[in-house]
Structures are given as structure tokens and as C-alpha cells.
Design a protein around this ligand. Sequence first.
Ligand code: TGC
Ligand code: FAD
Length: 395
Amino acid sequence: MPATTAPPADIRPTDFLGIDQLLSDEERDIRDTVRAFVRERVVPHVGDWFEEARIPLELPGELGRLGVLGMHLEGYGCAGATATAYGLACMELEAGDSGVRSLVSVQGSLAMYAIHRWGSEEQKQEWLPRMASGDAIGCFGLTEPDAGSDPGAMRTRARRDGDDWILHGQKMWITNGSIADVAVVWARTDEGVRGFLVPKGTKGFSTQDIHRKLSLRASVTSELLLDDVRLPAGALLPEATSLRGPLSCLNEARYGIVWGAAGAARACFEAALEYSKERIAFGRPIAATQLQQQKLASMALEVNRATLLALHLGRMKDAGRLRPEHVSMGKLGNVNAALDVARTARQVLGANGVTLEYPVIRHMNNLESVVTYEGTADIHALVVGGALTGIQAFR
Ligand code: TGC
Ligand code: FAD
């Protein structure tokens, strides 16, 4: 048997660099509260939800009581927490499952943020308190079958008809679509891209769930069909008048993903570390082999690096210095890192790594959606490349 030594007293394998010490007491409290919720309410069940391709409908209410829905927004029943605290919550939620973090991101950073930032006072009063408590669910319809990375190519159109608007088109890949009480729908108009609030049950508005996903299965993904939907003037988000409206919401959600990806990576690393110490091959724990230690060291490095990057962006956001290009670098770096960690961890688990008995392949598959939605890795590389060179390479 190989010689063993106790780890140095001031090194914790699950927080190698002591990043915990960079958080305030209040931030640690929020993080620990969300972590306890995830351990009790998500981790024991999420393998089944993933297998059954469902998310329990009680969960939004529970997340509302936990205080994480729109937690970084001010007023209207929202907690008004710091960006860093919100990020820590996203990290813990995604350590459970990307689908649960997605539910919270779409609700708080996309649908609620759109109303909070671009809506009228009446719209805020009507929707935000109910959305913060989880009594009403929102979704965010930007992507279309032929307009994903390039939302400016959208075909969904809204035209004025007297005081009303008539909305026609189709949205695709919409998280929470069929369970949403209100859809924030972006459409082309004669006045530029505008946003509309479409309540569930509005005549001409229907949804169709997308099935057979092998990623983000504990999350509802739908198509939204808008067949000459008549909406009153009060459904228009009055303050958003161009693509800047929806893109500003994406900054918020992408910021949460920077943290969330670090959480998914951490969960995979911890599963691999534990497994490697217990699994015996050739008469010794696989953790005693140089090849597995190299994998563990590289995963620990990526998890610590991703967490530090997320925390740095959080501090920048709280100081009002965070630009969309910074968020792009964070999303690009942390999701790619999380994918690397998940794939490495899956190998450490051998055959057990391909089952839902362990969290790793679930995270690995989920991260294929995370690297695609909210701007693909290519798109974020081009945003960073544009900022570095001053040359836009999209077109
Ligand atoms: P471009 O001409 O550059 O800009 C149009 C207007 O938007 C402004 N702008 C931004 N504003 C705020 N934040 C940003 N990140 C912004 N980027 C651009 C820009 O200043 C301009 O404003 P104005 O006032 O002059 O009109 O736009 P473009 O058509 O060239 O596109 C740029 C590009 C490619 C970066 C953008 O289209 C993009 O980000 N594409 C990716 C699309 C995307 O991320 N879709 C996500 C859909 S939602 C989703 O995936 C939810 S996943 C659910 C979950 O989290 O679970
Ligand atoms: P495309 O844009 O067709 O891209 C295909 C490939 O081409 C990608 O690899 C891309 O990087 C590459 N590419 C595109 N343009 C360029 C370029 N200029 N240079 C180099 N390469 C390029 N959308 C919403 O609006 N709301 C939601 O709630 C939502 N939830 C989602 C949930 C899930 C599970 C998934 C998978 C997607 C969701 N989306 C949602 C959609 C998501 O935002 C889009 O899938 C994403 O923006 C990419 O668009 P696309 O799939 O059409 O890919």
C-alpha cells in the first residue's frame, strides 16, 4: 500500500485556495442556506427528475420561499441582494442541477429582469411580486427556429391595430415555456425590436413541449406559437426599443451562468475525488495512482480558477464596473472549464460514470445546453475577440 499523509491542516480539498475567506459572513450565510436547500430538496431526487424528464411544479414556490427568484432585483417583493450573493446562489443551485439554475435564471434574470428594467409601473406591480414568490412563472422568448445566435434575424412580428398589437410568429427552445403564466416575447415592429407580455391563455397563443432532449432534462423546454395574438397597448414593455432590450437581459442571465458552471464543475470534481479514494483497482485506491492524481489536480485547478473568476466578476458587478464583454469572457471560460471537469470526472468514475447513480454524466450532458444557450462559446469568443481587436467578426 502507498504511504499516506494527512492533508495540511489549512488546506481543504473542496476549497483548496480558501476562497471561502474572501466572502462576507452574509454571503456565506446565503450560500449555506441555498446549499442546504439543494442538498435536501434537489440532490436526492434530481436523478429521477432527469430520467423522467420533468421538474416538480412545487419547486418554483419552494424557490420563491427560499428567496432566490429575482433576488438581485430591488423592490416588488424581491430581496435586493448583491450580485455576488445572487451568483453564489446560482453556484449552489447548479451544483444540484443546471435545470434548477435555469429555472431560477429564466425567472429572475430574464423574465423578471425584463419587466423590472423595461416594464411600466403597472406591469411591475402586476407581475413581479407573484414571480418573486414563485406563484407566477415567466419565460423569455427570443430564439426562433431560424434565429438563434443572430436574434436580429427574428421573424416574429408585431403590428399596431388601433390601440392594440397583433403578434404573429414562433419562438423555439424556450425554457419554462409551457409552464409559464407570462411569456416575455420579443418581436420585430416598425419601431424596432419590442418586448410584449403575453399571459398564458391569451387567444392565439399556444405552446408545444420539446421532447427527447438528452440534456437539461429536469427542465421544461417549449416552442411558443403566436397566431395573430391580439394584445392591449399595456402589454408592450414601454422602455425597450431595440435589440438592446433583450440583450441587456442576457447579460444578467449569463452572469449567473458564470457562477452556475463553477458549481456544476465543483459537484463533478467532488464526486470524482470521493470515488477515487474508495475505488480499489490493482489492490490500491485509484486515488493512489499518478494518472488519477493528475486528473484530480487539474480538476481542482479548474474549479478554483472558475470560482475565482466568478467572484471577481461578481465584485466588478457590485462595483458597477462589469461590461458585457467581461461577462462573455466569464461564460466562455467557465462553461468550457466545467465541461472539461465533467468529462474528466466521468472517466475517473469508470463504468459508474455513465449512470444516473452518480451526478457526473447528468452534469456533463446538461453542460452541452449551457455551452449553447445564452450565446454559444463561439459567440462569446467573438464578443471577446471584438473587444480585443476592435473588429466585429460576426458578419
Ligand atoms: P449589435 O448590433 O451588436 O447590437 C444591437 C444593440 O444591442 C446592444 N448590445 C447590447 N446591449 C446590452 N448587452 C449586450 N450584451 C449587448 N450586445 C449588443 C448594442 O449596443 C445595440 O444597441 P442599440 O442601442 O445601438 O440598438 O447586435 P448584433 O445583431 O450584431 O448581435 C450581437 C450578438 C451576436 C453579440 C448578439 O446577437 C448575441 O448575443 N447573440 C447570442 C444570442 C443569445 O445569446 N441568445 C440567448 C437566448 S435566451 C437563452 O438562451 C436562455 S437560456 C435559458 C436558461 O438560462 O436556462
Ligand atoms: P445557431 O445560431 O444556428 O448556431 C449553430 C452553430 O453555428 C453554433 O456552433 C454557433 O456557435 C455557430 N455560429 C453561429 N454564428 C456564427 C458566427 N458568426 N461565427 C462562427 N460560428 C457561428 N432561447 C430563448 O430565447 N429562451 C430560452 O429560454 C432558451 N432556452 C433554451 C434551453 C435549451 C435547453 C437550449 C438548448 C436552448 C435554449 N434557448 C433559449 C436557445 C439558445 O439561446 C440558442 O440555441 C442559442 O442562442 C444558439 O442558437 P441556435 O441553436 O439557433 O444555433
